[in-house]
Write a protein that binds this ligand. Structure first.
Ligand SMILES: [Zn+2]
Length: 90
């Protein structure tokens, strides 16, 4: 990266982050994905082949039945059902 599209900063660091990929309401989470990260705002930039590898793995798991090593259960709520604080005074 030369310049951050979000903040205009020009300093980046090599980083490894957890990446969540979603398609058709199915997910894959990949740990330690290499990226360049903006040192100012933290925006993450991934190389095309890195994202492609994640898509290939997604297809292997969700389309071709590859067995998975680890999974997490993620709660999903609709906001209207979790509106616990309805009378916030300002
Ligand atoms: Zn930035």
């Amino acid at each position: 990266m030369n310049i951050c599209h979000f903040c205009g900063n020009m300093n980046f660091k090599q980083s490894k982050v957890q990446y969540t990929y979603k398609r058709n309401n199915k997910y894959i989470i990949v740990d330690a994905v290499p990226c360049e990260q903006c040192e100012f705002c933290g925006e993450q930039y991934f190389e095309a082949n890195v994202l492609k590898n994640i898509e290939i793995e997604f297809d292997a798991i969700h389309s071709m039945g590859k067995s998975i090593k680890k999974k997490v259960v993620v709660p999903i709520e609709a906001y209207t059902d979790i509106n616990h604080i309805t009378n916030v005074s300002t």
